[in-house]
Design a protein around this ligand. Sequence first.
Ligand code: UT7
Length: 317
Amino acid sequence: MKYSSIAGTGGYLPERVMTNAELEALVDTTDQWIRERTGIRKRHLVAPGQTCSDLAEIAARRALKAAQMEPAEIDLIVVATTTPDQIFPSLACLLQQQLDIHGCAAFDVQAVCTGFVYALSVADQFVRTGNASRVLVVGAETMSRIIDWRDRNTCVLFGDGAGAVVLKASDEPGVLSTHIHADGAYKDLLQVRGGLVQGFDNAFMEMRGNEVFKMAVTTLGSIVDETLAANGMDQSDVDWLVPHQANIRIIKATARKLKLPMDRVVVTVAEHGNTSSASIPLAFDEAVRDGRIRRGETVLMEGFGGGFTWGSVLLRY
Ligand code: UT7
């Protein structure tokens, strides 16, 4: 049996930092409201001219370095993004070109904030079936480009960034299981209407935040149950929760469900807000690099986002 395992991780946040205080000058909000209702203290924003593929490239190079692998050794690139540079080529192809990789398959996965979980799940299937053995999996976003900076319901929540992992084939797990779901019936609760039909003027995010919040808490609770049951495990078998970083209150609710103390939960939302598909790999990279997550430990990643989409990955690091 072939498994995929994590060979290296990387992350990148653009230099420009926007504080809550700066947002107070843009919309009717306060630093206190943002911190209390979301846990966010700041977010990072791309510079004019800086692209999503630029962010992806830095995160990818860091993951490759950690994996002690050359770009040319990669045989599949899967990129999760909601904010690609162009309609096509895919962000994965742009990244492939920037990394000077030629010939391997490269494609994007679009599942909004669950994107990285979807991408890891897809990459894992390729490795398990023997169709790839060294896969670059990236979550990269420039959410600031689909934010209406006059809308306090959304502009305080999101930020830009990229995270990456390199997966390699292994005789030992690695990824234990992945679980992905979607229900388009909820499409109106969280969306960007703009596109080829409506045009790209005012292609901004709209969210019915409180309804999304309630669905996220319930759904993330059930994906935890599904994941543990599929592996014959219970809560005490999980060493680390690496959740999607949207709101500290959602993260705490999932940790309670798992009966995990908060010091076993990787929380980075204060530092960069919701970076959509980049948030899980960014948090994972931080906890791997600072030595919290160690080889052999069991990690549960979970995410929820527009679509709705939701999912989880259980892995042994
Ligand atoms: O990553 C994908 C999924 N996305 C999420 O997971 C986000 C899910 N939603 C949330 O995180 C939360 O719903 C929010 C942080 C967006 C909002 O928190 P909430 O506790 O659900 O607040 P609410 O929407 O019920 O609004 C409470 C009040 C409202 O005022 P009234 O009607 O009580 O007078 C809002 O108008 O807070 C007001 N409000 C704000 N006040 C100051 C909404 N946004 C702001 C703001 N600053 N930025």
